[in-house]
Design a protein around this ligand. Structure first.
Ligand code: PMP
Length: 424
């Protein structure tokens, strides 16, 4: 049976069994059967350089994480309604990574569940119902979060107490302009009798097109929501666990202490582990009014995965690598950008880099899609972000090395040249 036939069989089965809501990456979908470090392998044993997956952050199938999961799965797996030491050890280690004001952590299975819980806590503690998110935000799959995820493209219900603010811009004074958007949203809520509950942002603004700088620009917006009686929820699902290279969490780059922090994706290196960390005074009120139990959240196997990920981050210099290789990549990409006017900006922190493409001053959506698909043909996996999908999203596992960066950049350079994207 030829490769094409196998792929089309899989596509048909998938469509028939999973239904129409699922989307695949790439014009020519990739079929993967194995992963190791920064490499993914198809059924023919062909390897693909992973420049995109932030979940397997310490490397696909890291043996320390795999071993910890397997050992615990063979020993005991229950839930948090029995006493178990590991969940407490994990909570202690996580909380030690946050500012001292953050004193409690609650476990979930996905970033969506963590954000959903944060919304409930924010509503309970502020008495408000209004949430502010960025114009192309993504925060999760639940009914509540779909309304706070404009990147899903759902129609906005005019009666909904959600307000969208423009993503931070690089021009002028990003701190002042972002805060101006938040203040306007607060005023509009007030005009409609809505009390603000929280400002919820991904602290690297991934789906908005990657906006990490200048560090500190979030401060005036956070001051504004707090002055209005709302909370600041830092969604760390994307930048958390050292990806930005200089800090474990995106909010630290802004010199802020959030009220609630949500995390997920890289937390279990592929095992579904996520959490919400909080100021204890907020949870005191929440816990007084309601109880919390999540069948799988914080189970011993998930906790073993989470603990093993922290071991690897600490023992293998993961964050320092993100800083070094991230800087190396940004340097090389800037050199490439000098030769291709299509590249209008490069933004990034550590191993989270956005390459913005514009043609005649307009977002180059089609060029971005062509580049992503051409790279895939050459076995290099990336994707695109931003409201117009014109920002190439570079977000590899954090064990990405200099040789991997060189291979990625050489392939990108070749694709740009082959597509004749060198403009007059
Ligand atoms: N927040 C952000 C910023 C995300 O990028 C995502 C997932 N892409 C989520 C929340 C939701 O996480 P999950 O898919 O684990 O529910």
């Amino acid at each position: 049976m030829g490769k094409t036939r196998t792929t089309s069989d899989l596509l048909q089965r998938r469509q028939r069994l999973l239904g129409p809501a699922y989307r695949l990456f790439y014009e020519e979908p990739v079929h993967l059967v194995r992963g190791e470090g920064v490499w993914l392998f198809d059924p023919a044993g062909e390897r693909y350089l992973d420049v995109y997956n932030n979940v397997a952050s310490v490397g696909h199938c890291h043996p320390h994480v795999v071993g910890a999961i397997a050992r615990q799965a063979a020993h005991l797996n229950t839930h948090t309604r029995y006493l178990h030491e590991a969940v407490l050890d994990y909570a202690e280690r996580l909380l030690a990574m946050f500012p001292p004001e953050i004193g409690n952590v609650m476990f979930t299975c996905s970033g969506s569940e963590a954000n959903d819980l944060a919304l409930r806590v924010a509503e309970t503690c502020t008495g408000g119902t209004g949430f502010i998110v960025t114009a192309n935000a993504y925060h999760g799959v639940t009914q509540a979060l779909a309304k706070l995820s404009p990147s899903l493209g759902l129609p906005i219900d005019p009666g909904c107490p959600v307000r969208l603010v423009p993503a931070p811009s690089e021009c002028g004074n990003p701190g002042a302009s972002f805060a101006a958007g938040v203040c306007k949203a607060i005023e509009d809520m007030r005009a409609h009798g809505i009390q603000p509950a929280a400002l919820l942002v991904d602290t690297i603004f991934s789906s908005d097109g990657v906006f990490p700088d200048p560090s500190g620009f979030l401060q005036p917006a956070v001051a504004a929501i707090r002055a209005a009686g709302g909370l600041f929820i830092a969604d760390e699902v994307q930048p958390g666990f050292g990806r930005t290279g200089t800090h474990m969490w995106g909010f630290q780059r802004h010199g802020l202490v959030p009220d609630l922090i949500t995390m997920g994706k890289p937390m279990g290196n592929g095992h579904p582990v996520a959490a919400m960390a909080a100021k204890p005074e907020l949870l005191a009120e929440f816990g007084r009014r309601s109880r919390y139990f999540n069948t799988f959240g914080g189970n011993p196997v998930s906790v073993a995965a989470g603990l093993a990920v922290l071991d690897v981050i600490e023992n293998e210099g993961i964050m320092a690598n993100a800083a070094t290789i991230g800087a190396y990549l940004q340097g090389g990409l800037r050199e490439i950008a000098g030769r291709y006017p299509l590249i209008s900006a490069i933004r990034g922190a550590g191993l989270f880099i956005g390459i913005e493409l514009c043609r005649d001053g307009k977002p180059a959506t089609q060029d971005a899609a062509r580049i992503v698909n051409e790279l895939r043909k050459r076995h290099v996996l990336i994707s695109a972000a931003g409201p117009q999908s014109n920002v190439l999203k570079i977000r590899p596992p954090l064990v990405f090395g200099r040789d991997h960066a060189d291979l990625f950049m050489a392939t990108l350079d070749q694709v740009l040249a082959d597509l004749r994207l060198v403009q007059a």
